[in-house]
Design a protein around this ligand. Structure first.
Ligand SMILES: [Zn+2]
Length: 297
Protein backbone atom coordinates (compact mmCIF):
# COMPACT_ATOMS: atom_id res chain seq x y z
CA UNK A 1 0.00 0.00 0.00
CA UNK A 2 1.16 3.54 -0.81
CA UNK A 3 2.85 5.38 2.06
CA UNK A 4 0.88 7.98 3.98
CA UNK A 5 2.38 11.46 4.04
CA UNK A 6 1.80 13.84 6.97
CA UNK A 7 0.56 17.27 5.99
CA UNK A 8 -0.79 20.27 7.91
CA UNK A 9 -3.36 22.25 5.96
CA UNK A 10 -4.71 25.73 6.47
CA UNK A 11 -7.46 26.74 4.05
CA UNK A 12 -9.45 29.99 4.03
CA UNK A 13 -7.91 30.84 7.41
CA UNK A 14 -9.06 27.58 9.01
CA UNK A 15 -6.73 25.03 10.53
CA UNK A 16 -7.87 21.67 9.11
CA UNK A 17 -8.13 19.25 12.05
CA UNK A 18 -9.47 15.69 11.66
CA UNK A 19 -11.68 14.62 14.56
CA UNK A 20 -11.69 10.82 14.80
CA UNK A 21 -14.80 9.79 16.76
CA UNK A 22 -14.08 6.05 16.90
CA UNK A 23 -13.88 2.90 14.86
CA UNK A 24 -17.03 0.90 14.17
CA UNK A 25 -17.89 -2.01 11.91
CA UNK A 26 -20.09 -2.22 8.85
CA UNK A 27 -20.81 -5.19 6.63
CA UNK A 28 -18.05 -5.31 4.02
CA UNK A 29 -20.42 -6.46 1.29
CA UNK A 30 -22.78 -3.55 1.95
CA UNK A 31 -19.88 -1.07 1.84
CA UNK A 32 -18.77 -2.24 -1.60
CA UNK A 33 -22.05 -3.07 -3.37
CA UNK A 34 -21.41 -5.21 -6.43
CA UNK A 35 -17.61 -5.32 -6.02
CA UNK A 36 -16.58 -8.92 -5.17
CA UNK A 37 -14.98 -9.56 -1.80
CA UNK A 38 -11.84 -11.01 -3.42
CA UNK A 39 -11.16 -7.46 -4.66
CA UNK A 40 -12.18 -5.28 -1.71
CA UNK A 41 -10.70 -7.46 1.05
CA UNK A 42 -7.23 -6.65 -0.27
CA UNK A 43 -7.87 -3.02 0.72
CA UNK A 44 -9.83 -3.57 3.95
CA UNK A 45 -9.91 -7.08 5.48
CA UNK A 46 -13.16 -8.23 7.14
CA UNK A 47 -13.70 -9.84 10.59
CA UNK A 48 -15.40 -13.22 11.18
CA UNK A 49 -18.83 -11.54 10.86
CA UNK A 50 -17.79 -9.97 7.53
CA UNK A 51 -17.64 -6.51 9.11
CA UNK A 52 -14.89 -4.12 8.08
CA UNK A 53 -13.41 -1.44 10.36
CA UNK A 54 -14.75 2.02 9.55
CA UNK A 55 -13.65 5.32 11.01
CA UNK A 56 -16.30 7.93 11.77
CA UNK A 57 -14.02 10.87 11.08
CA UNK A 58 -15.56 14.27 11.68
CA UNK A 59 -13.65 17.44 10.82
CA UNK A 60 -12.87 20.59 12.77
CA UNK A 61 -12.24 23.86 10.93
CA UNK A 62 -10.52 25.92 13.58
CA UNK A 63 -10.22 29.68 13.49
CA UNK A 64 -10.37 32.19 16.36
CA UNK A 65 -14.03 33.14 16.77
CA UNK A 66 -15.26 30.61 14.19
CA UNK A 67 -14.96 26.91 14.97
CA UNK A 68 -16.85 24.62 12.62
CA UNK A 69 -17.52 20.91 13.10
CA UNK A 70 -18.52 18.79 10.10
CA UNK A 71 -20.44 15.62 11.03
CA UNK A 72 -20.44 14.11 14.50
CA UNK A 73 -19.89 10.32 14.30
CA UNK A 74 -22.00 7.62 15.97
CA UNK A 75 -22.33 9.44 19.29
CA UNK A 76 -23.22 7.73 22.58
CA UNK A 77 -26.19 7.42 24.98
CA UNK A 78 -27.66 4.69 22.77
CA UNK A 79 -30.16 3.38 25.37
CA UNK A 80 -31.58 6.85 25.96
CA UNK A 81 -31.70 7.47 22.22
CA UNK A 82 -32.82 4.19 20.77
CA UNK A 83 -34.58 2.55 23.74
CA UNK A 84 -33.65 -0.40 25.98
CA UNK A 85 -33.87 -3.11 23.36
CA UNK A 86 -32.05 -1.55 20.40
CA UNK A 87 -29.82 0.67 22.55
CA UNK A 88 -28.08 -2.31 24.16
CA UNK A 89 -27.74 -4.16 20.87
CA UNK A 90 -26.52 -1.11 18.95
CA UNK A 91 -22.99 -0.92 20.30
CA UNK A 92 -22.50 -4.64 19.72
CA UNK A 93 -24.14 -4.76 16.30
CA UNK A 94 -21.92 -2.02 14.92
CA UNK A 95 -18.89 -3.06 16.99
CA UNK A 96 -18.53 0.46 18.38
CA UNK A 97 -15.42 0.72 20.55
CA UNK A 98 -16.46 2.51 23.78
CA UNK A 99 -12.85 3.13 24.86
CA UNK A 100 -11.43 4.68 21.72
CA UNK A 101 -11.49 8.31 20.67
CA UNK A 102 -14.78 10.18 20.79
CA UNK A 103 -15.96 13.44 19.27
CA UNK A 104 -15.50 15.35 22.53
CA UNK A 105 -12.11 13.78 23.34
CA UNK A 106 -10.86 14.68 19.85
CA UNK A 107 -12.17 18.21 20.22
CA UNK A 108 -10.42 18.50 23.59
CA UNK A 109 -7.14 17.51 21.92
CA UNK A 110 -7.49 20.76 19.98
CA UNK A 111 -8.17 22.74 23.15
CA UNK A 112 -11.91 23.13 22.55
CA UNK A 113 -15.00 22.45 24.66
CA UNK A 114 -18.51 21.84 23.24
CA UNK A 115 -19.49 25.47 23.93
CA UNK A 116 -16.56 26.69 21.80
CA UNK A 117 -18.16 25.34 18.61
CA UNK A 118 -20.03 27.96 16.56
CA UNK A 119 -21.30 25.91 13.59
CA UNK A 120 -22.09 22.23 12.99
CA UNK A 121 -22.63 21.13 9.41
CA UNK A 122 -24.38 17.75 9.16
CA UNK A 123 -23.83 16.14 5.77
CA UNK A 124 -26.93 14.02 6.39
CA UNK A 125 -28.79 12.52 9.32
CA UNK A 126 -27.73 8.84 9.07
CA UNK A 127 -26.73 7.78 12.59
CA UNK A 128 -23.02 7.41 11.81
CA UNK A 129 -22.91 11.09 10.78
CA UNK A 130 -25.44 12.74 13.10
CA UNK A 131 -25.28 10.41 16.14
CA UNK A 132 -23.04 12.84 18.03
CA UNK A 133 -25.21 15.88 17.25
CA UNK A 134 -27.32 15.28 20.34
CA UNK A 135 -26.40 13.81 23.71
CA UNK A 136 -27.63 13.33 27.24
CA UNK A 137 -28.00 16.41 29.41
CA UNK A 138 -29.62 16.00 32.89
CA UNK A 139 -31.52 12.90 31.80
CA UNK A 140 -32.84 14.14 28.47
CA UNK A 141 -31.44 14.69 25.00
CA UNK A 142 -30.09 18.07 23.93
CA UNK A 143 -27.78 19.60 21.34
CA UNK A 144 -24.21 18.42 22.10
CA UNK A 145 -22.90 21.87 21.11
CA UNK A 146 -25.12 24.24 23.10
CA UNK A 147 -24.08 27.46 21.38
CA UNK A 148 -23.81 26.17 17.81
CA UNK A 149 -25.96 26.74 14.78
CA UNK A 150 -26.53 23.36 13.11
CA UNK A 151 -27.14 22.98 9.37
CA UNK A 152 -28.75 20.23 7.28
CA UNK A 153 -30.51 20.12 3.91
CA UNK A 154 -34.28 20.59 4.18
CA UNK A 155 -34.88 17.58 1.90
CA UNK A 156 -32.67 15.39 4.06
CA UNK A 157 -34.62 16.32 7.19
CA UNK A 158 -37.87 15.48 5.37
CA UNK A 159 -36.41 12.11 4.36
CA UNK A 160 -35.21 11.44 7.91
CA UNK A 161 -38.62 12.29 9.37
CA UNK A 162 -40.37 9.90 6.95
CA UNK A 163 -37.67 7.36 6.10
CA UNK A 164 -38.23 4.79 3.38
CA UNK A 165 -37.96 1.10 4.26
CA UNK A 166 -34.34 0.78 3.15
CA UNK A 167 -33.15 3.67 5.30
CA UNK A 168 -35.38 3.20 8.33
CA UNK A 169 -32.59 1.59 10.36
CA UNK A 170 -30.28 4.57 9.71
CA UNK A 171 -32.49 7.57 10.56
CA UNK A 172 -33.43 8.06 14.22
CA UNK A 173 -35.46 11.03 15.49
CA UNK A 174 -33.33 11.20 18.66
CA UNK A 175 -30.42 12.48 16.57
CA UNK A 176 -32.27 15.50 15.19
CA UNK A 177 -35.62 16.20 16.92
CA UNK A 178 -33.90 17.76 19.98
CA UNK A 179 -32.16 20.19 17.59
CA UNK A 180 -35.50 21.17 16.05
CA UNK A 181 -37.08 21.67 19.49
CA UNK A 182 -34.16 23.87 20.54
CA UNK A 183 -34.53 25.93 17.34
CA UNK A 184 -30.85 25.52 16.46
CA UNK A 185 -31.20 23.54 13.20
CA UNK A 186 -31.09 25.69 10.07
CA UNK A 187 -32.51 24.08 6.94
CA UNK A 188 -30.62 24.67 3.70
CA UNK A 189 -32.34 24.36 0.34
CA UNK A 190 -29.81 23.34 -2.35
CA UNK A 191 -26.16 24.19 -2.97
CA UNK A 192 -24.94 27.14 -0.98
CA UNK A 193 -21.74 28.98 -1.75
CA UNK A 194 -20.06 30.46 1.32
CA UNK A 195 -22.64 29.20 3.79
CA UNK A 196 -19.92 30.35 6.17
CA UNK A 197 -17.08 32.33 4.51
CA UNK A 198 -14.79 29.84 2.69
CA UNK A 199 -17.16 26.93 3.37
CA UNK A 200 -19.73 25.87 0.76
CA UNK A 201 -22.16 22.95 0.61
CA UNK A 202 -22.99 20.90 -2.49
CA UNK A 203 -26.02 18.65 -2.70
CA UNK A 204 -25.80 14.98 -3.65
CA UNK A 205 -28.85 12.73 -3.96
CA UNK A 206 -27.32 9.37 -4.94
CA UNK A 207 -26.61 7.98 -1.44
CA UNK A 208 -29.72 9.40 0.21
CA UNK A 209 -31.95 12.36 -0.60
CA UNK A 210 -30.38 15.69 0.33
CA UNK A 211 -26.88 14.78 1.41
CA UNK A 212 -24.58 17.82 1.38
CA UNK A 213 -20.85 17.49 0.93
CA UNK A 214 -18.64 20.35 2.07
CA UNK A 215 -16.08 22.31 0.07
CA UNK A 216 -13.52 24.39 1.95
CA UNK A 217 -11.72 26.65 -0.45
CA UNK A 218 -9.44 29.64 -0.89
CA UNK A 219 -7.44 30.92 -3.87
CA UNK A 220 -4.74 28.26 -3.33
CA UNK A 221 -6.33 25.11 -1.92
CA UNK A 222 -9.58 23.19 -1.85
CA UNK A 223 -10.57 20.34 0.42
CA UNK A 224 -13.72 18.35 -0.27
CA UNK A 225 -15.37 16.62 2.69
CA UNK A 226 -16.75 13.72 0.66
CA UNK A 227 -19.00 12.12 3.31
CA UNK A 228 -20.82 9.12 1.81
CA UNK A 229 -20.15 10.11 -1.82
CA UNK A 230 -16.58 8.75 -1.42
CA UNK A 231 -16.56 7.13 2.04
CA UNK A 232 -13.06 5.58 1.81
CA UNK A 233 -10.06 5.93 -0.48
CA UNK A 234 -11.08 2.63 -2.14
CA UNK A 235 -14.29 4.30 -3.33
CA UNK A 236 -12.54 6.70 -5.70
CA UNK A 237 -12.98 3.99 -8.35
CA UNK A 238 -16.14 5.04 -10.16
CA UNK A 239 -17.94 1.68 -10.01
CA UNK A 240 -17.04 1.12 -6.33
CA UNK A 241 -20.25 2.37 -4.72
CA UNK A 242 -22.00 1.17 -1.60
CA UNK A 243 -24.89 -1.27 -1.43
CA UNK A 244 -26.44 1.30 0.93
CA UNK A 245 -26.74 3.91 -1.85
CA UNK A 246 -30.37 4.59 -2.79
CA UNK A 247 -29.59 5.48 -6.38
CA UNK A 248 -26.18 4.07 -7.35
CA UNK A 249 -26.20 5.30 -10.98
CA UNK A 250 -26.92 8.84 -9.83
CA UNK A 251 -24.19 8.55 -7.22
CA UNK A 252 -21.68 7.47 -9.90
CA UNK A 253 -22.65 10.47 -12.03
CA UNK A 254 -22.26 12.89 -9.11
CA UNK A 255 -18.99 11.30 -8.01
CA UNK A 256 -17.55 11.50 -11.53
CA UNK A 257 -18.37 15.22 -11.75
CA UNK A 258 -16.55 16.02 -8.50
CA UNK A 259 -13.63 13.63 -9.03
CA UNK A 260 -12.92 15.18 -12.46
CA UNK A 261 -12.59 18.57 -10.72
CA UNK A 262 -10.59 17.09 -7.84
CA UNK A 263 -8.10 15.48 -10.26
CA UNK A 264 -7.67 18.50 -12.53
CA UNK A 265 -7.61 21.16 -9.79
CA UNK A 266 -5.68 19.05 -7.23
CA UNK A 267 -8.33 19.16 -4.52
CA UNK A 268 -7.70 17.29 -1.28
CA UNK A 269 -10.37 14.63 -0.78
CA UNK A 270 -11.30 13.96 2.85
CA UNK A 271 -12.53 10.46 3.71
CA UNK A 272 -14.93 10.19 6.61
CA UNK A 273 -14.92 6.40 6.87
CA UNK A 274 -11.41 5.33 5.77
CA UNK A 275 -9.71 3.59 8.73
CA UNK A 276 -6.24 3.99 7.19
CA UNK A 277 -5.98 7.53 5.81
CA UNK A 278 -7.62 10.91 6.36
CA UNK A 279 -7.34 12.33 2.89
CA UNK A 280 -5.74 11.93 -0.54
CA UNK A 281 -4.88 13.54 -3.83
CA UNK A 282 -6.02 11.76 -6.99
CA UNK A 283 -5.39 11.77 -10.71
CA UNK A 284 -7.23 10.61 -13.80
CA UNK A 285 -6.27 7.09 -14.92
CA UNK A 286 -7.85 6.20 -18.25
CA UNK A 287 -11.59 6.64 -17.72
CA UNK A 288 -11.25 6.07 -13.96
CA UNK A 289 -9.33 7.62 -11.06
CA UNK A 290 -6.32 6.59 -8.97
CA UNK A 291 -4.75 7.79 -5.73
CA UNK A 292 -1.53 9.75 -6.17
CA UNK A 293 -0.88 10.54 -2.50
CA UNK A 294 -2.41 9.29 0.76
CA UNK A 295 -2.36 11.89 3.51
CA UNK A 296 -2.58 12.14 7.25
CA UNK A 297 -3.74 15.62 8.16
ZN1 LIG B 1 -24.98 7.69 4.97
Amino acid sequence: MMQVESKKLNIAGYEICPLPTGIFGLDGGAMFGTVPKVLWEKNIPADDKNRIPMEARALLLKKPGCNIVIDTGNGSDFVLKYGEKLGHKFQEMYNIDPHGPSLLKSLKNHGLKPEDVHHVILTHLHFDHAGGATSENSGSLAATFPKAQYYVQKKNLETAQKPNLREKASYFAANFEPLLSAGCLQLIDGDQKDLIPGVSVLVSNGHTVGQQIVKISDSKNTLLYCADVVPTSSHIRLAWVMGYDLNPMLLIEEKQKWLELAASEKWYLYFEHDPFCDAALISKQGSDFALTQRLQL
